[in-house]
Ligand binder design. Structure first.
Ligand code: NBG
Length: 804
């Protein structure tokens, strides 16, 4: 039971009204949603601050190891509901609001959704923060306080347009500026050796000011934080720059997530951002440690730093710099400390995402850091020479951290880290046996797997209260703190009434999504139809294109054979996806989906059977309405390409059936539920790799021999879509016929068969419900609490501070 203003409904409403008066000089009846939101935020933050202070005290008194999770992305989503629920005060607030004549939901919806990330990797980091706090693990995020997060997507005439996401426009109620914890980050300049020691004379110094966002644990009074670093003018002003130039450069550092890196300046900015984050984090963490222990010699006993994909790799040379140059340690001692406290997670095998930065850019920008990378590389390649001998120089070049004028960030991570992990079983196997095989041969013990997870609190308890209640009515509430307990639902899979109740909840959630789509995009969809959903970043390997071609085929069949309507269950195909602003092909696919939508939705012959919706600006908040509403979860990437996927887990936990390839974590879903409770199709990862090894395949043959595919592809370029230029989709046509590097054509018929199986299965509503319930029952293992326990036990070796 909470004390303070949240103790009862009356104490809450009294405090609320009073605070509204002192903050905005207004009576409640005159207040706006924004004001009500801010006042609620302030009151909640005050309550959080008590727990926060207590947690800090707990930390000061304890010797427990802390985890610092460095990530370029954190897709937090809204925090208000999370905070209210984890603190156990949502009911009081809801009742209070009702009494005052207002709706709490409206205020919750008002919060802006900080888009400090792109997709799965950023959302994963946010789920992990929630799990660390809820499990009582002292774990903190480190990121940049981007002025603009990921762009806001606007669909205009079917095309994606990118608009700035001004999320800080009205301030951010949860953050706290910690001016006194600021650190200076030097750039450019030169190194002088004085008394045999390197002395760095930077040309400019930028100040990193932290803003801490509290991360509230579930019902355990633990408050961790996410630290967001803001770039501000520092102590050394660069002589050669005008104030405007300096100011605009500063703003860029904490300006945009992943600025365009096709130019020299763009690349330099990316590395600046990476060093800014890495150095700010490392400096503040080591300073704090030194203040407590008076030395950094025991740093690795108390701190673990996690590198989430390669963007924060520079924490490695920065740590070395501090231990060598500031603490005066010898190389071996410093290396021993650093290499026993950094761990690295790889999130992709796509070559274009494995970072390589030109020496020509790093060296002048970060002169000392570059020297240290060079020294790490020199020692590493010497070790390799000793191990493999001079006959293997090609292998050594291949493994080197610096080669051909670039620094390979993943190599620096693997060489230094004591743990390297992939994010799903299949992904880790591919890392070990293909992508990073040479490193695996060298360090077999470093490699391990932690399958991703999602916080069941946000993705089930908060966003699907109806399903949560229904589940609780059968198996009690233990699953809320121990999601593996969902397995108890297996006893009820044949319970007719339970199935019925499940279908009712699903229907309600579909109605809610339909209402949102109607309100936002003025498209009416039928909640009685199958909701077949693909939401994720737009990328060729995720094959939204295959889904789109299949929809065209359904449309063609409905038109050509009206009797098909008797067997086809009405479908609503829903897409949500942002394409990188510079990813031309992906943007074409968005235009294609919207063009298909325009055609089929407006055709009276088919519109009762087929609707297509591309939801605008898909983000975390939208996902909270979408996940609970899905019947079918499309996870159709080319096998081997999707490291894990996490949307697949959210859908599963909300009772959608997966239609997918054996890729990423789909493989593990399949192991749990079996072929009979999902729709598996397509080439396996081995088959895909074998084709790549043999130099690819010839899609043109399929185009020429498969009449259905020929018709579909021809429709892209023969005027079938009346409202677009005939050449609008020519690149898509050419890509599929002449390259098709992601096997859309090769997998198409298998995909179509799987879609047909799903259609047939759906006709027996109770059989469908049974399969959905099996999926829910088996989904507990995908809670990020399990992932975090894996990290805590097997990699970080940290304990919960709340246990016992
Ligand atoms: C993504 C993968 C997903 C995976 C998330 C989280 C990157 C670089 N990788 O499959 O594509 O689920 O990481 O691990 O964003």
């Amino acid at each position: 039971m909470r004390l303070g203003v949240f103790k009862t409904k009356d104490s809450f409403t009294k405090a609320f009204k009073q605070r509204l008066k002192t903050t905005y000089y207004k009576e409640i009846s005159e207040s706006t949603i924004r004001e009500r939101y801010n006042v609620l935020g302030i009151l909640v933050k005050e309550e959080i601050s008590k727990d926060w202070l207590n947690t800090e005290k707990l930390i000061n008194d304890s010797e427990e190891k802390k985890v610092y999770y460095f990530s370029m992305e954190f897709l937090l989503g809204r925090l208000i509901t999370n905070n209210l629920m984890n603190m156990g005060i949502r009911d009081v607030c809801e009742a209070g609001f009702e009494e005052m004549g207002y709706d709490l939901n409206e205020v919750e919806d008002f919060e802006s959704d900080p888009g400090l990330g792109n997709g799965g990797l950023g959302r994963l980091a946010a789920c992990y923060l929630d799990s660390m706090a809820s499990l009582g693990i002292l774990g903190y995020g480190q990121c940049i306080r981007y002025r603009y997060g990921l762009f806001r997507q606007k669909i205009s005439n079917g095309y994606q347009e990118e608009r700035p996401d001004n999320w800080l426009n009205d301030g951010y109620v949860w953050e706290i500026r910690r001016q006194e914890k600021s650190v200076d980050i030097p750039f450019f300049g030169y190194i002088n050796w004085e008394n045999q020691k390197p002395v760095y004379y930077p040309q400019e110094v930028i100040r990193a000011v932290p803003y801490d966002v509290p991360i509230v644990g579930d019902d355990n009074n633990i408050v961790n934080y996410l630290r967001l670093w803001n770039a501000e003018p520092g102590s050394k002003y660069p002589d050669h720059k005008s104030p405007f130039e300096y100011e605009s450069e500063l703003q860029k550092i904490s300006g945009l997530l992943y600025p365009d890196d096709t130019t020299y300046e763009g690349k330099q900015l990316r590395i600046k951002q990476q060093y800014f984050l890495s150095a700010a984090g490392v400096k503040s963490i080591t300073a704090e440690h030194k203040e407590k222990y008076g030395t950094l010699k025991n740093l690795a006993d108390n701190v673990v730093m996690h590198i989430n994909d390669t963007h924060p790799t520079l924490i490695i040379p920065e740590l070395m710099r501090i231990l060598l140059d500031e603490e005066g340690m010898e190389w071996d001692q410093a290396w021993e400390i650093v290499s026993s406290m950094v761990a690295y997670t790889n999130h992709t095998i796509l070559a274009e995402a494995l970072e390589k930065w030109p020496v020509d850019i790093i060296k002048p920008l970060l002169p000392r850091i570059y020297q240290l990378i060079e020294e790490i590389n020199r020692r590493f390649t010497l070790d390799l020479l000793e191990k493999y001998g001079y006959g293997k120089t090609d292998l050594i070049k291949d493994l080197a951290i610096i080669n051909d004028g670039v620094v390979k960030m993943a190599h620096l991570c693997i060489v230094t880290s004591y743990s390297v992990n992939g994010v799903a079983k299949l992904h880790t196997e591919i890392l070990k046996n293909i992508e990073m095989k040479k490193f695996y041969d060298l360090y077999p013990n470093k490699f391990n797997n932690v399958t991703n997870g999602i916080t069941h609190r946000r993705w089930l308890l908060h966003s699907n209260k109806e399903l949560t209640e229904l589940i609780s009515s059968k198996i009690g509430t233990d699953f809320k703190s121990n999601p593996r307990e969902l397995e108890k639902l297996i006893d009820y899979i044949d319970d007719f009434e339970f199935q019925e109740a499940f279908l009712t909840v699903k229907f309600k959630k579909k109605q809610a999504l339909a209402a949102k789509i109607l309100e936002r995009q003025n498209i009416e969809i039928n909640p009685e139809s199958i909701f077949d959903i693909q939401v994720k970043r737009l990328h060729e390997y995720k094959r939204q294109l295959m889904n789109a071609l299949h929809i065209m085929s359904v449309y063609n069949t409905l038109k050509a054979r009206p009797e098909f309507k008797e067997t086809f269950v009405p479908h609503t195909y829903i897409f949500g996806a942002k394409a990188a602003g510079t990813y031309y092909f992906a943007k074409k696919v968005i235009k294609l989906i919207n063009t298909i939508a325009e055609k089929v939705n407006n055709d009276p012959d088919t519109s009762d059977y087929l609707k297509v919706v591309f939801v605008e600006n898909y983000n975390v908040s939208y996902a909270e309405t979408i996940m609970p509403a899905a019947d079918i979860s499309e996870q159709i990437s080319t096998a081997s390409k999707e490291a894990s996927g996490t949307g697949n887990m959210k859908f599963m936990m909300n009772g959608a059936l997966t239609l997918g390839t054996l890729d990423g974590a789909n493989v593990e879903i399949n192991e749990l539920v079996g072929d009979e409770n999902m729709f598996v199709f397509g080439m396996s990862s081995e088959e895909v790799n074998a084709v790549y090894q043999n130099g690819g395949y010839n899609p043109k043959e399929i185009y020429e021999n498969d009449s259905e595919i020929r018709i579909l592809l021809d429709q892209l370029v023969n005027g079938f879509f009346e409202n677009v230029d005939r050449y609008e989709f020519k690149e898509i046509f050419d890509n599929l016929v002449y390259r098709d590097q992601y096997f859309v054509l090769k997998d198409y018929q298998a995909y179509k068969d799987a879609c047909n199986r799903a259609n047939e299965t759906y006709k027996d509503r109770h059989q469908w419900a049974k399969k959905a319930i099996i999926n829910i029952a088996k989904s507990g293992v995908f809670s990020s609490d399990r992932s975090i326990k894996d990290y805590a036990n097997n990699i970080w070796h940290v304990n919960s501070v709340t246990k016992g």
